[in-house]
Ligand binder design. Sequence first.
Ligand SMILES: Cc1cc2nc3c(=O)[nH]c(=O)nc-3n(C[C@H](O)[C@H](O)[C@H](O)COP(=O)(O)OP(=O)(O)OC[C@H]3O[C@@H](n4cnc5c(N)ncnc54)[C@H](O)[C@@H]3O)c2cc1C
Length: 509
Amino acid sequence: MAEETLHMRTDVIVVGAGPVGLMLAGELRLGGAAVTVYDRLPAPTGESRALGFNRRAAESLDQRGLLARLGDFRWGPMGHFGGVRFDLGMLDEDHSGVLGLSQARTEEMLDGWATGLGVPIRGGYEVTGFRETPDGVAVTFDGPRGPGEDAARYLVGCDGAGSIVRESAGIQTSGREASRGMYTAEITGVAPRPRPIGERLPGGSMVVCTPVGDGRYRIVVHDKGLPPRPDPGALTFTQVADAWQRLTGESVHQARALWTWACGNADGLAAEYRRGRILLAGDAAHEIPPLAAWGLSAGLQDAANLGWKLAATVDGWAPDGLLDTYHAERHPVGRQLIRDARAASMLYLGDDDMDPIREVMRELAARKDAAGHLAGIVSGLGIRYDMGPGDHPLLGRRMPPHHELTGPDGIRTRVADLLHSARGLLITGDEETARLAQGWTDRIDIITTPPPGPGLDTVLVRPDGYVAWTSPGGDQPITRALGRWFGASRATVTATARPAPHPLHHQRR
Ligand SMILES: Cc1cc2nc3c(=O)[nH]c(=O)nc-3n(C[C@H](O)[C@H](O)[C@H](O)COP(=O)(O)OP(=O)(O)OC[C@H]3O[C@@H](n4cnc5c(N)ncnc54)[C@H](O)[C@@H]3O)c2cc1C
């Protein structure tokens, strides 16, 4: 029997309760939007593709107080690019990432966070398409009780590489067809020799073996001989073990496989991250082969970038063009992600002809400036968005979340802790700047203490943690920067308005 049409009162429908959809749902809720998540799986599978994520993804979670919810994990170096190692220790800033953390645990945490914020997650509902309505989008699905429809003002496809949302919207992707396959299995009962960053083998093949705790190992086989479009569902563990033995000479056939996974090395980038009321994030927007730990990391940052902008749009305070900055900022990052993944893939999986390039790369990577550049790619800390005129080195970059502010009472607070509510942040030691910003205190918090960093007297930080204005260094008035990112001033600022007296207290409406 067909399920009744559910005209739910929701602002945003997110398709996909993977890590990106869940993160986005939480971000939207923090911004005040009503959101419903649909996923075709009745419940999470517990399978884990990612085993960690990069520094900037970790910081994005930290800004919402979510790192502490992940329990035990370790920070690790992630100091290689396509197998070419570089020394993170010589850099001035910590670029290490989160290692040894299963994607299932990350998803479980995000699920708990989003659900706790009041997000309904409808498991067992496969979205089949959508149509645009005069004031929104009607989404069709196959649910446990048959087909149905739900309506929202916006629809976001976080539904992975084969995105039905992207396909139904007619958004094209550009990229490469798969030319080779890759097999993965998580096994227990044997202890293969660890090769955590991969062991290249003659002729352009590679094997990886990562211990994941509790006597379990993740083994990965990249072999030119594997079919480019393997069917993940049809893969047997015997096929993985055969391929492993062919390349390493070692048998793991007696192991117990917890799960197996097959994929090709295709990549693809959606031409538009936004088309009207339809948006894409995560693997639905950019697909890369799982060679480097970049896919999940990039997707979490998409969610952090999009969440507050879409919530502001739904709430009605978004300035003109704010939502379009999602594509303007994240699409170039996606393009670079694909380029970098191809470069890393050539270094990793190219045959012996690549050796001279590898040697040159190794020489370069020994230099601090080159290592810093590579670390910026791998960690995500190299990202710089266009925030308009200004020449301060922090402008457009993320505000270091571990930097601390000290109030006159001596209390120290990390920048990350001031961003938990996903509001903008004006940190200023200048009374006049704080006074001028009073018209935005329903959207930003004003902290009246000088920001950390030599010579800075003000920074304006967006809810996603990126610096939108600095003084000195900002070539436009603070009011223009506030208007550009946070919309119109609520009220005319009067000469008598004064910032609240306590320097580290948030000022809210
Ligand atoms: C073997 C492997 C190892 C990896 N390791 C790492 C790593 O170490 N670090 C890293 O950063 N990245 C890694 N990645 C990449 C990472 O797993 C992905 O980038 C990440 O899962 C993308 O998250 P997502 O939420 O965008 O999509 P997904 O995780 O694919 O989630 C999409 C969700 O949408 C649902 N869905 C799909 N279609 C529909 C529909 N029509 N209706 C309703 N629901 C639907 C699916 O059920 C799913 O729950 C790895 C990938 C693989 C394959």
